[in-house]
Design a protein around this ligand. Sequence first.
Ligand SMILES: *Cc1c(COP(=O)(O)O)cnc(C)c1O
Length: 173
Amino acid sequence: PTGNPLRKALAELHSLHPDQVILGNGSDDLLNLCARCFSGPEQAIGVATPGYSLYPVLASLQGAPVVEVPFEPDFSLPADAIAACPANLFYLTTPNAPSGVCFPNETLASVLQRFPGLFVADEAYADFAPHDATPLLAAHPRLLVTRTLSKSYSLAGLRIGYALGSPELIAIL
Ligand SMILES: *Cc1c(COP(=O)(O)O)cnc(C)c1O
């Protein structure tokens, strides 16, 4: 049930420690786990809009309010608004769906320095992008990066997702 051989392989793939990897039944399972651990009626969930339709569903399951932060007109990241978002947990699809925009790691780092809650970078489409947020993990213990085998690996039916984060965060999940 711990999936340790796969955690070890994924840790090697990302040059991390197996303690920094958690497996899920698809990454939707892990996104749900984040909502269960870090949101509730008094702990809002922030989302950038337009975005993945699952996030508000996960919020409603926990009775958590949703704070919507609209993208800029050119679909770039509203970094200041996300940093100031009154939420305990923020979900960002990066690279983004539906816009296809990939956000610079410098911009994500500026959000991570200021946003005080758990920041989830939902990287379902990372394999199609020129870069990803995993280099930010070392300096940002409140960052969780979620990945899935459903898109670039065409294995949606197997329901395999994983998340990368600090050992403390992975232990909580
Ligand atoms: C497809 C997708 C997921 C998760 O898919 P799983 O099959 O549950 O791993 C998560 N986020 C986004 C934005 C997606 O498009």
